[in-house]
Design a binder for this molecule. Structure first.
Ligand code: COA
Length: 174
């Protein structure tokens, strides 16, 4: 199911068929360093992750993390979407891409689309994002997208605080 499209990208719901890509993405050094180890080591783990994470979120909230693929050829390049965590009052935006797709504006393009989707489909007026304090690429991306640093937060189970960024969303399109 396609959620939205941008000039160069198709953003759609994840299914268990995406397990090979998720297995790869979640074991990228950049993902392990900046987001964390989700313990996904084989296709069965990746399938379980998709079902208990994104797919469960679609069912509960109507949104979740989505697959980002290139319009040209349909190749998957990353994930991007919305999360509702118990520990945060606001919905947060999440994103991660495979290294060969970095620095081409794809993350920017997919998050711009995600913010419009959050506003127009889910009528959210405020959105947040969390990053590790040393994730310069992610912090610069959030600032470029109009987010401002709000505060440090300690997420459940974490030993170190993360940076919480926030942004207001404009009025929904008529
Ligand atoms: C963070 C991440 C999503 C950026 O993806 P990307 O596709 O390279 O980003 P874009 O090409 O859309 O760049 C948008 C902006 O991000 C910032 N940025 C991206 N990579 C950067 C880098 N290596 N150093 C500094 N700033 C960077 C810049 O502000 C850039 O704007 P500019 O091109 O005008 O300078 C990517 O590095 C990634 O997947 N990292 C691993 C997972 C992760 O950390 N996710 C975020 C968790 S909070």
């Amino acid at each position: 199911m396609v959620v939205f499209e941008t000039d160069r990208l198709v953003v759609r719901r994840l299914t268990v068929e995406d397990a090979p890509f998720i297995l790869r993405l979640l074991n990228e050094p950049s993902f392990l360093e900046h987001i964390g180890d989700r313990g996904v080591r084989n296709l069965a783990d990746a399938t379980q992750y998709i079902l208990s994470g994104p797919v469960a979120s679609y069912e509960h909230h109507g949104f979740g993390l989505f697959l980002v693929q290139l319009k040209d050829g349909g190749h998957p390049i990353g994930i991007c979407g919305l999360l509702k965590r118990d520990a945060l009052d606001d919905v947060d935006v999440g994103f991660a891409f495979v290294p060969e797709s970095w620095s081409k504006g794809y993350a920017y393009e997919s998050v711009v689309g995600t913010l419009a989707y959050a506003r127009d489909t889910h009528h959210l007026s405020r959105i947040v994002a969390i990053t590790s304090p040393d994730n310069v690429a992610s912090i610069n991306l959030l600032v470029k997208l109009g987010f401002y640093f709000d505060r440090m937060v300690l997420m459940p189970g974490d030993k170190e605080e993360v940076k919480l960024f926030a942004r207001r969303l404009g009025k929904a399109r008529a």
